[in-house]
Each structure stands twice: as C-alpha cells, then as structure tokens.
Design a protein around this ligand. Structure first.
Ligand SMILES: [Zn+2]
Length: 507
C-alpha cells in the first residue's frame, strides 16, 4: 500500500509541468519541512478540478512540447506584460504562433456560453450586408431613434432620413468600411478610461439587430457561425438566445419561425457534419419587470413543449451592476414549480451570475439556491467559501469566458483571473467565448490560447476543460453519449497526429 502511494506521488510529480518545484529543490533543500511540503503539494493536486484525468505517455510528451512552446512564446513576447495589453493589439502575434495553430487543431468539444447576435464573424457580415441592395446604414450622430452605424432593411425610397444604402455609402466614403468594422466590434479600451464599456458593448448588438432579424439574412448568419465553429473543431453550441420575431419586406413572423429556421439550418449542417448539435437557452433581460419575466417564463415553457430538444433552459442577461438582481425576480422563480407540474417537464435555469468583482453582489447565492445547472462567468465565486463548496459538491459547471472578462474590464490582467482559484479548489469549469464576433474574433481557440498561457494550465487541465464542455452540455442522454464518443475519437486523433509531428521533429 505504502509502495503504491509512493509510486503515485512520483508519478504525480513527473506528470505535471511548469508550476511545480524541480524535484532537486525538495530533495536537496536540507530544510526539515520538505516532507510536509510534498504532502501539501500532493493534497492540492488531488483536489484540483482535473485530478481524475490520467495522461498517457504520448500526452505527457505533448505536454512537454506545449510547455516549451509557451515558455518560448512568452520569452519572445514580453512575458507577463503580454496579458496586460489590449487583446486587439496582440491578436496577430497570437495567430502567427505555432502554439495557436496547435490549439486550433485541438478538438474543443462544445461552446456552452455565447449569445445570439454575437457569434458570426463581422467581416463576413459586412460583406454580406453590402451585397443586399435593401441594406441601409444610419449616418447621423446624436439621434434619438437610431445610433450611428446602425444597419437596417428598407424598400428603396422608404428609408427614414439619415439612412444611406450601404454599398452606396462604401462607394462614396472609402474609409467607411473600416469605420463600420470598428463600430460593430468592441475595442478593449486602455485602462483608466472613462468610456462606459457596457453602453458601447450594447450598441454593437443594436447596430446589427435589424439586419440579423431580417429572415433572408438570419439563416445565412447562423449557418456561417456554425460552419466557423466546426472549422475551429467545435461540434456543439448552446446559444443564450433573445428570441425575436423575424421579418422580411412583406411581413413579420412569430418566434416559432425563428426556432424552425434555426432547426432547419442545423439539419442542413448535419447533412455534412452529423455530429453537430445546437441547443437554445431562452434568454431575457435583467432590466425587465417581474410581470414581463413571468410572461417570458411561460413562453419559454410553451416553446420547450414544442421543441423539447432544442430549448434547453432559461437565463437573464444585462450588466449585473445595473440590471435587477436575480432575487428581484423571486416571485417569477416561485412560479416555476407550478409550471413544471402543469407542463410535465422542467425548464432548467442556466444563469449568468457573478460577472462582477463586487463582494456585495449576491447573485451567485440566489442562482445556486435556485439550482442553476451551470453558472455563466461566476467571477466573484471565489469570495464565498460556502458557495464554492456547494458548487463543487453539486457538480455545477462554471462557464469561463476569459477574453470577454478582460475586454469588458472585469479582469484586465488575465494572469490574475479568478478561474485559477476556482479550478484549484475543484470547481468544474469549461471555456467559452461569450460574444466572439463583438470582440473581433471567431471560435474558441483564442480563449483557450490565452487561458493556456496566462493561467499556466497543464494538459490535464486543458483536457478537462474540453471534456467538461460535453459532460455538462444540454444534450439528451443518447446524443451526449455519441458526442462524448466523437470527442474522445477526435482527441485521440489529435494526439496521434501531434505525436507523429513530434517524431518527425526528433529526427
Ligand atoms: Zn454571457
């Protein structure tokens, strides 16, 4: 038994990477607490969120290579200072690195946290919008009804004052295409700025909302998003969806059509990529009143009844510092039990909570006591030991979105992201990208890359983050089983290909 334990300790010491002390330090330090230190290190490793992952010999070799690529990358690019730079300033450096290309090739499972209107490449959107003769852009500033750069659809001649046909605007103002890109994406402001980042953030969604709700454009928008995810090796996506009526130049359509269209887009994608799946989390706003949320909950139950596999849960969004708290809607939450009985199924909550650095923000208490299935962000969870314990015990997943947290100013230095505390205390996490198109990128590779270098992750932890995204996905049992099988196969293939690359390199 003792021998087994000793072997395990040696294996653990050999199997981890840059965070640990070199063995020699412990053996030759001559200090008398070396044994206790070993025990404490072992305790921490055994309680981390990825403790159950065992790496194979090949994976250990890959980990070594990744670690060395990371060390070189940081050496060449300013070390820790790299994390403090605005993301847009480092994106090209990231893209040019071998480490990033490897992360792009890595299967990433599912994207569990993103938002409608925030996932499709903005350069693609601008090109497509330009090809629509009916697409106009608002060109006045300081107007009460529209914002500068807002896109909308009109019959020629019926557009309100201030709107110019988009292609015409591009033809007459050669700088406008670049300007529009800046108006539709959010640049991370320098620190200590007085820019209201959430106001700017919300304007990005507003500027494209009429275009995305235009039914002939809507399907193409989501088809592009799903294909881009697949290209980034992501085969499941869950979208916090603000379900709105679609329209065309003749009429508007009920929100059921929105779901029908999404289902159709997914079915078409599945013809080529049968393992791809979509799940919709019905989402409303924290700044609404209780009556409105009551109605929206009922609508969500109605829709889930008609689309049981597509609609997977309910959430509320908006800036936590300004929107209503979760407990503000207690009367609405209290009605869910009766709804569940009436409809004969549950509508799980998947709440955004703790997207805040405030110790006075109690949303996490309420979200967890309301049995949220997962937590969106959970940045201030580490302030609350009781909740952290509960989250571990109840296996609630925290959906981390590192770049979103940095760009929106919650964690300006990614090296100090609270995720590191949570993961070390055994909280299960996954990686998401929240609103990648608004932040000027697509997919999940950028978030994985930044997390990998800023949080000093090892391959066990990366693997756990990836597999958690399917383990905690809203999928039926059968679908989850096959998604897990596909992911395992894709991971093994990634490892084999990487190993061949390493062998070639060694020769
Ligand atoms: Zn979010």
């Amino acid at each position: 038994m003792y021998l087994l334990k000793a072997l395990l300790i040696i294996q653990l010491l050999l199997g981890t990477s840059c965070r640990e002390q070199p063995e020699n330090d412990l053996a030759s330090s001559g200090i008398d607490h070396a044994g206790s230190k070993k025990e404490l290190l072992e305790f921490d490793r055994e309680n981390g969120f990825a403790h159950d992952i065992q790496l194979t010999e090949i994976e250990l070799r890959i980990e070594k290579e990744l670690s060395s690529l990371r060390a070189n990358f940081l050496k060449v690019n300013g070390g820790q200072a790299f994390f403090n730079k605005p993301f847009q300033k480092v994106i090209q450096t990231v893209e040019e690195s071998r480490l990033f290309r490897l992360i792009q090739n890595m299967p990433k499972g599912g994207l569990l946290h993103c938002h409608s209107g925030g996932i499709t490449d903005i350069s693609w959107l601008i090109t497509q919008a330009r090809n629509l003769p009916e697409c106009f852009v608002f060109t006045l500033k300081g107007h009460t009804d529209f914002v500068y750069g807002q896109l909308a659809i009109f019959n020629q001649g019926e557009q309100p004052k201030g709107f110019i046909q988009l292609d015409e605007k591009f033809e007459t103002d050669k700088n406008f295409e670049n300007e529009l890109f800046g108006l539709l994406t959010l640049q991370e402001p320098a620190q200590n700025t007085d820019i209201d980042i959430w106001e700017e953030f919300e304007k990005r969604f507003l500027r494209i909302s009429r275009l995305v709700a235009y039914r002939p454009f809507f399907k193409a928008y989501y088809e592009r998003a799903f294909l881009d995810l697949i290209e980034d090796n992501i085969y499941h996506v869950e979208i916090r969806f603000i379900l709105e009526e679609l329209y065309d130049l003749d009429t508007s359509y009920p929100i059921e059509i929105t779901l029908k269209d999404l289902e159709e887009v997914t079915t078409n994608i599945q013809k080529e990529f049968p393992e791809f799946s979509l799940s919709i989390i019905y989402t409303s706003f924290k700044f609404f009143d209780v009556n409105t949320i009551d109605e929206q909950l009922k609508t969500a139950y109605d829709l889930k009844k008609k689309y049981p596999d597509l609609i997977s849960g309910f959430d509320l969004v908006a800036e936590e510092a300004r929107g209503n708290s979760i407990s503000y809607f207690d009367k609405s939450w209290a009605k869910m039990e009766a709804f569940t009985e009436q409809y004969g199924f549950e509508l799980p909550l998947l709440l955004h909570a703790g997207e805040s650095r405030s110790t006075g923000n109690e949303n996490l208490y309420d979200a967890i006591l309301l049995n949220t299935k997962r937590i969106g962000h959970g940045l201030n969870l580490s302030y609350y030991p009781s909740l952290t314990k509960k989250v571990v015990q109840e296996n609630i997943l925290v959906e981390l979105s590192p770049l979103s947290n940095k760009i929106l100013g919650y964690v300006p230095d990614l090296g100090n992201h609270p995720a590191r505390v949570l993961m070390s205390r055994g909280v299960q996490c996954s990686i998401s990208s929240d609103d990648p198109s608004v932040f000027g990128y697509k997919g999940l590779s950028y978030d994985f890359f930044m997390a990998y270098i800023a949080w000093e992750l090892n391959l066990k932890e990366i693997k756990k983050l990836v597999f958690n995204s399917i383990e905690h996905a809203n999928l039926t049992n059968n679908r989850k089983k096959s998604a897990m099988q596909n992911l395992t196969e894709a991971w093994d293939e990634f490892v084999s290909e990487f190993a061949i690359e390493l062998e070639d390199k060694d020769f």
